[in-house]
Write a protein that binds this ligand. Structure first.
Ligand code: ADP
Length: 162
């Protein structure tokens, strides 16, 4: 059986930190499904779900990466994809508390599902989608923190917002 990991998130937008986790995930798993959350809690997204999916697809063309969307309980989605591996990234201690809570809740909902964490690379330690949007909004340089093809999308979107 090929080992398939589901990597869920908002990816608004995909950052070099996410890219690194996906690339490293591919060293361990046969395939990574990047699952873009149709999130109830995080409203006010900058990019539409379709835009985020297209951005991620472009980044991993030709690799064993599938991009999908999900709503509802993550554990149900993971099960529906016939796997039991959830992949998440960890940056700082601040991520840890939330991730520990989520992993435990998901285990309680379905104890077949295992959450696997990968530590961020040093260079991506401070990279987050929200911070990148903030920096770009004020004209700061985000190159190297977001895949090249997403940078133009980012400035364009932000200029449309005014
Ligand atoms: P969520 O809304 O679920 O937090 P994100 O898109 O912000 O979604 O992040 C998805 C996953 O990627 C989370 O596990 C998060 O901790 C991880 N992640 C985000 N940024 C980085 C980074 N710079 N390095 C490593 N992991 C990261």
């Amino acid at each position: 059986m090929p080992r398939v990991a589901v990597y869920p998130g908002s990816f608004d937008p995909l950052t070099s930190g996410h890219v690194s986790i996906i690339q490293r995930g591919l060293q361990v798993f046969d395939k990574v499904i990047v699952a873009v959350a149709l999130n109830v809690r995080k409203s006010g997204a900058l990019f539409t779900t379709e835009e985020r999916v297209a951005q991620i697809e472009e980044c991993f063309e030709g690799q064993n990466v599938e991009v999908d969307t999900f709503s509802g309980l993550l554990v149900d989605y993971v099960k529906s994809r016939n796997t039991n591996i959830l992949l998440r990234g960890l940056r700082a201690v601040s991520d840890f508390e939330y991730e520990l809570q989520m992993a435990n809740m998901n285990r309680r909902l379905n104890n077949q599902i295992e959450t696997v964490f990968m530590m961020t690379e040093e260079s991506h330690f401070y990279v987050s989608s929200s911070l990148i949007k903030e920096v770009a909004r004020f004209g700061g340089d985000v190159s190297g923190m977001v895949p090249e093809h997403i940078i133009d999308d980012l400035y364009e979107k932000l200029s449309l917002q005014g």
